[in-house]
Design a protein around this ligand. Structure first.
Ligand SMILES: [Zn+2]
Length: 118
């Protein structure tokens, strides 16, 4: 089909998964596969959740598997697992006393709060 490519993931969490209708414009050099996320519970403990969607109120960090575009094999572009990536939540609290919901750009603060901390 025109405008679409076939891709296959090799290694990592998505090993063996194929997509026969991947828009060719999305076949970029690196694709991240969402693995799961971690939630902070009211008692201070953590729960690891595989897949699903992040709850913006309670998330602490999320995991992705990063895949790199490789050569074609049997009509499929091979995406090979190269590394895991963890994204943390900003550790700042807002004026209301809630936890900031942004992603940290390093492991601590988001773009907004980095200036305050520095
Ligand atoms: Zn922040």
């Amino acid at each position: 089909m025109k405008g679409f490519s076939k891709i296959r993931f090799v290694g990592g969490t998505a090993d063996g998964i194929k997509d026969d209708h991947m828009p060719s414009s999305m076949c970029v050099q690196f694709i991240s596969w969402f693995d799961g996320w971690m939630r902070i519970n009211k008692d201070g403990s953590y729960t690891i959740i595989k897949g699903g969607e992040i709850d913006k109120k309670t998330w602490e960090c999320y995991h992705e598997s990063v895949y790199e575009k490789g050569s074609k094999k049997n009509g499929y572009i091979q995406y090979k697992h190269v590394r895991k990536k963890i994204t943390y939540r900003c550790i700042s609290t807002t004026k209301k006393g809630d936890r900031c919901r942004n992603e940290a750009i390093n492991t601590e603060y988001c773009k907004v709060h980095k200036k305050v901390a520095a």
